[in-house]
Design a protein around this ligand. Structure first.
Ligand code: AKG
Ligand code: FE2
Length: 352
């Protein structure tokens, strides 16, 4: 059951793009997608007609069951998969594993996050790892089929989104978004399972701090409200209502960097509903990221602002390390807080 938002919750009015029609490259869907990507950075992706053919929403439901089983394990069991102790090379290691509550910077008591999470690497599920199998707790194997189907589906859906945006922005054919996010190539993509913990009504902090996403596209699934977006230039947070049969998609910093800020990577957070205590909440987010060696600067297009030739560009792998460090309380610094909240405005020059 998907929860309704209370009537006193200010709500974002987002576009809805139908995935099946987008795959057919319908002009109407491409236009809605472009408008949403330039103006809002968030949109709903309607999965109902595609699911009638491939059953993807059943796999989505199964991943909610996986979350309950996995987060229901004893703490001592979960901590065997501690993300900070899993080892491996950063960049190649994909940061998979368990993060207990309170380890990230966040709004609970003004300093820590209010969720536990478990990140599953795409390359591990799709067998793209050169290093062999990845370490994981038993519930992941019990739901492996749904994970494989879901991850393969997101690759397919995201290719349709990239192709539509590449065509709408008239990208040079040598540098289209889809070339940097190839489905069967290694990449730092993660499926991140999240369980938010309840809070007393007196605690009004945001369990997920305001941030932009460190990736290109995020596919978010939840049946419980609490996600908020801060539209560009706005003062007030708006709730993103859950819609049955839809994913919430948002563009991350990757798309903003590859379009020199033309496409929006919008600030968002998770917060209590007006006059209600924050209840236990499950969500999961597939974070799609550019392949490691992608140079994160504006692609060639007649409509993308030109890059400053003097500005140093990061590779996707370098950018990930920098931003991930910022999300952790230990390395948070006010001076560099722009890394958490997106692209530093001075890095860009605008020509149009
Ligand atoms: O749980 C949610 O609704 C949002 C999660 C999110 O923003 C993230 O994982 O980056
Ligand atoms: Fe996010």
């Amino acid at each position: 059951m998907v929860e309704n938002l209370p009537p006193n919750a200010p709500t974002a009015n987002l576009q809805t793009v139908d995935l099946e029609r987008l795959i057919e490259q319908s002009e109407d869907e491409i236009n809605k997608l472009l408008r949403a990507s330039v103006l809002d950075g968030f949109f709903y992706l309607d999965l109902r007609s595609i699911s009638a053919k491939n059953g993807i929403l059943e796999h989505v439901n199964d991943i909610f069951t996986l979350e309950e089983e996995l987060f229901g394990l004893d703490n001592s069991e979960k901590l065997k998969y501690d993300v900070d102790k899993m080892g491996g090379k950063f960049g190649k290691m994909k940061l998979s594993g368990y993060k207990p509550m309170g380890r990230n910077f966040g709004g609970i008591g003004g300093k820590s996050d209010g969720f536990e999470s478990y990140s599953i690497p795409k390359d591990g599920i799709l067998n793209l790892e050169e290093t062999g199998d990845f370490v994981r707790p038993p519930p992941i194997d019990a739901h492996k089929e749904s994970l494989e189907k879901f991850i393969a589906f997101v690759q397919h859906a995201s290719q349709a989104i990239y192709k539509a945006l590449s065509s709408a922005l008239c990208l040079d054919p040598s540098e289209v978004f889809e070339n940097f996010h190839r489905p069967n190539m290694q990449s730092p993509d993660l499926l991140r399972l999240l369980k938010y913990h309840p809070q007393p009504i007196t605690e009004r902090g945001a369990p997920q701090t305001p941030h932009t996403d460190l990736g290109s596209l995020t596919f978010l699934f939840t049946r419980q409200n609490g996600l908020q977006v801060l539209p560009r230039g706005a003062q007030d947070w708006l709730y993103v209502a859950c819609k049955p049969g839809h994913a919430v998609i948002n563009l991350g910093d990757g798309m903003s960097l590859l379009s020199n800020g033309l496409l929006q990577s919008c600030l968002h957070r998770v917060a209590p509903l007006p006059s209600e205590a924050f209840k236990t909440r499950y969500s999961f987010a597939y974070l799609q990221r550019a392949e490691d060696d992608t140079i994160m600067r504006g692609l060639k297009s007649p409509v993308i602002p030109k890059s400053d030739p003097q500005a140093r560009s990061h590779t996707s792998a370098e950018w990930l390390v920098k931003k991930f460090g910022m999300l952790r309380g230990a390395t948070y610094s006010k001076e560099e807080s722009w890394v958490l909240t997106g692209v530093k405005p001075q890095q860009l020059i605008t020509t149009q």
